[in-house]
Ligand binder design. Structure first.
Ligand code: HQG
Length: 179
């Protein structure tokens, strides 16, 4: 299965497992899961047939492990805009985390902090390289250092998705500084 096809399948999954399940007539359970069989049937019925092998490759090969399959069901590991409860435990973060963005967002970020925007959480990266890649999706990357340890001490709750993305509701500007 060629790489371009896997990327297309992955994008299709993101669209329907994170944002618009109703577009292909599927319903996610409260934790974001849907039966693999139901998903494959719905995709085929809506003009985007995916074989089981393609699905498995899109899940397994995904550079970011964006999707998880468990007990015949699949979900996106993070990044939803539809309401789901990923049921992730609150865990103590490392002392610092990183956020990749671009210069045009900086004035607003430094004034009001990091906000989830269209997603459920602010996404933070465990290392500078990952944050640089995240920022570079939008232009010349700017990496911010998040004082996660101090946030944790002052009661902010951190969760980590199964693919290693750190999630938090808000990062006030006091806990942010440029690199
Ligand atoms: C910015 C991808 C102005 C924020 C990546 C970002 C990541 C503000 C944008 C994951 C702001 C939101 C998430 C504020 C935040 N004022 N701009 N107060 N607060 N922003 O895509 O972090 O491919 O929702 O800096 O790899 O870029 O989807 O978040 O530029 O892990 O799996 O608002 O998405 O993963 O953009 O990326 P996003 P993100 P996937």
């Amino acid at each position: 299965i060629d790489e371009q096809r896997v990327v297309r399948v992955s994008k299709y999954l993101a669209k329907h497992l994170r944002h618009q399940p109703e577009r292909i007539g599927i319903t996610l359970d409260p934790h974001g899961w849907v039966e693999v069989d139901v998903l494959l049937e719905a995709a085929a019925a809506h003009g985007f047939p995916i074989s089981r092998a393609e699905l498995e490759q899109a899940v397994a090969d995904n550079d970011k492990r964006r999707y998880a399959i468990e007990g015949g069901r699949i979900r996106a590991s993070q990044g939803h805009s539809v309401r789901v409860d990923l049921d992730l435990p609150v865990v103590e973060p490392p002392p610092v985390l990183f956020h990749g963005t671009v210069a045009r967002n900086m004035a607003s970020i430094m004034a009001e902090g990091l906000r989830p925007m269209r997603r459920h959480h602010v996404h933070l990266s465990p290392d500078q390289e990952t944050a640089t890649r995240v920022g570079a999706r939008r232009g010349k990357p700017v990496v911010l250092v998040v004082d996660a340890g101090a946030m944790h001490v002052s009661g902010h709750r951190f969760r980590r998705s199964s693919n290693g993305v750190w999630l938090v509701d808000h990062v006030p500007p006091a806990f942010l500084h440029a690199m």
